[in-house]
Design a protein around this ligand. Structure first.
Ligand SMILES: Cc1cc2nc3c(=O)[nH]c(=O)nc-3n(C[C@H](O)[C@H](O)[C@H](O)COP(=O)(O)O)c2cc1C
Length: 402
């Protein structure tokens, strides 16, 4: 059983979203304000629809925290849907006497068709309500808890927009993360930012939508999270699944990913530097083309992941489709929608990476109290230097005779 487990529940226009996180050690400082920051970041970004103005998400901590510290029990989070007041009848839990209009105009690019067939509905509503990316608000809240844990280990997470539509950002080295938080499209390249905004305006004016690419980065990850020994413990595989599960993500790249396929080995692999060039962390590399993972484990370099998002599927200029009742040609259903969600996807990507890293970190270091997890982590760091015969530095605790 994994050390950290979590689930979300909730429909887009239901009463709210719920998340339960089990396995966070006791003693971790955690507040609703801390979680609120990431929820706000998810809601921002040029190209989002009116829904974000209605919601202003806030996650209430219902359990697992006492006097500002986690107590080791499951953490339950509740995010109310402010829009619920407008949907009480359409989304009522109890039976309602009134006839509620069914959605039968299937939307290409959504869960609609496969969902109604698989779950045997004559109405798309019950499918689209859960398939909606509204659920990612709950994931971002869970991700914030994971991020809070990673803070204690010096692991920070950031994201930025690499491309929207055909407009690509040019970014050399480490982006200015503070400036990205102020960018409406979360882009480090100011010139590209303006062209991205223009592309979103153009798509909106034409009843169309856009996709793009975001990059998520996590520096200071210790060597050895994940494992080479079993397929489902490989950290690159866990990252790929977590990222691919984000709505509209159709491609995941770790490091140079697909770009590496057309290069030679000598142009791809990250040369291991000798000790006199390491600085503060051991076993540094000349480059980080492989994005911080080798053999299913983190290698101490920055974890670097890119996500490719398809354009939003709900278009004001509805795509041709068919009706669920009759099979006859009919334009797809249109429901209030975003034009581009690439900037928000970066924040969701951070959350998913935070969860995978926190999971893998707890798998490796365990601990019921944060102090124990940190103690195990620090002991391990002492063993990560050069081996030189038997020269692995023994952890302090290992001096006890048994
Ligand atoms: C933050 C975010 C917001 C989204 N908002 C919308 C939206 O307003 N309209 C829409 O059609 N799709 C939206 N999507 C994408 C759909 O949820 C997604 O494409 C759909 O559920 C089908 O899943 P799939 O693309 O992963 O196959 C959004 C995705 C994200 C990440």
């Amino acid at each position: 059983m994994a050390t950290l487990r979590w689930l979300t529940a909730g429909e887009s226009h239901g009463k709210g979203l719920t998340a339960i996180i089990d396995g966070i050690p006791a003693g971790l400082p955690l507040t609703e304000e801390y979680i609120a920051r990431d929820l706000r970041r998810r809601q921002g970004g040029y190209g989002r629809g009116r829904r974000q103005k209605i919601e202003q998400d806030h996650a209430e901590i219902r359990s697992g925290v006492r006097h500002g510290l986690t107590i080791g029990s499951p953490i339950a989070l509740l995010i109310e849907n402010k829009d619920w007041v407008n949907w009480q009848e359409k989304m009522a839990v109890e039976e309602v006497g009134a006839e509620i209009e069914k959605i039968t105009r299937l939307r290409p690019g959504h869960a609609d068709l496969a969902g109604v067939i698989k779950y045997a509905f004559d109405d798309v509503r019950p499918i689209l309500e859960r398939a909606s990316a509204r659920e990612t608000a709950a994931r971002v809240a869970v991700g914030a808890v994971a991020r809070r844990l990673l803070d204690e280990f010096g692991v920070a997470l950031h994201s930025h927009t690499i491309a929207i539509d055909g407009v690509e950002a040019e970014v050399d080295g480490e982006p200015d993360w503070a400036a990205i938080e102020d960018s409406p499209v979360r882009c480090a390249d100011k010139d590209a930012e303006q062209r991205m905004i223009a592309a979103i305006d153009d798509a909106r004016n034409n009843g169309d939508s856009l996709g793009g690419i975001v990059e998520v980065r996590a520096p200071n990850v210790p060597i050895g999270l994940g494992s080479h020994v079993q397929w489902d413990r490989k950290i690159d595989a866990r990252i790929a699944q977590a990222m691919m599960s984000i709505n509209a993500v159709k491609g995941v790249e770790i490091g140079i990913g697909f770009r590496g396929a057309v290069l030679r080995g000598s142009q791809v692999h990250d040369v291991i530097l000798p000790i006199d060039q390491w600085g503060e962390r051991p076993w540094r590399r000349e480059t980080n083309r492989l994005g911080g993972t080798e053999g299913g484990m983190t290698n101490g370099e920055q974890v670097l992941v890119r996500l490719a998002l398809k354009p939003i599927a709900t278009l004001p200029r509805s795509l041709p489709s068919a009706d669920l009742r009759t099979g006859e040609a009919i334009p797809a259903h249109y429901e209030r929608s975003d034009v581009a969600v690439v900037p928000a996807a970066g924040v969701i990507g951070e959350a998913m990476l935070a969860i995978v890293l926190a999971e893998s970190l707890l798998d490796k270091f365990g601990g019921d109290h944060l102090a124990e997890t940190l103690r195990n982590y620090r002991s391990y760091l002492k063993t990560t230097g050069p081996r030189g015969g038997l020269a692995v530095a023994p952890p302090d605790e290992d001096t006890t005779e048994v």
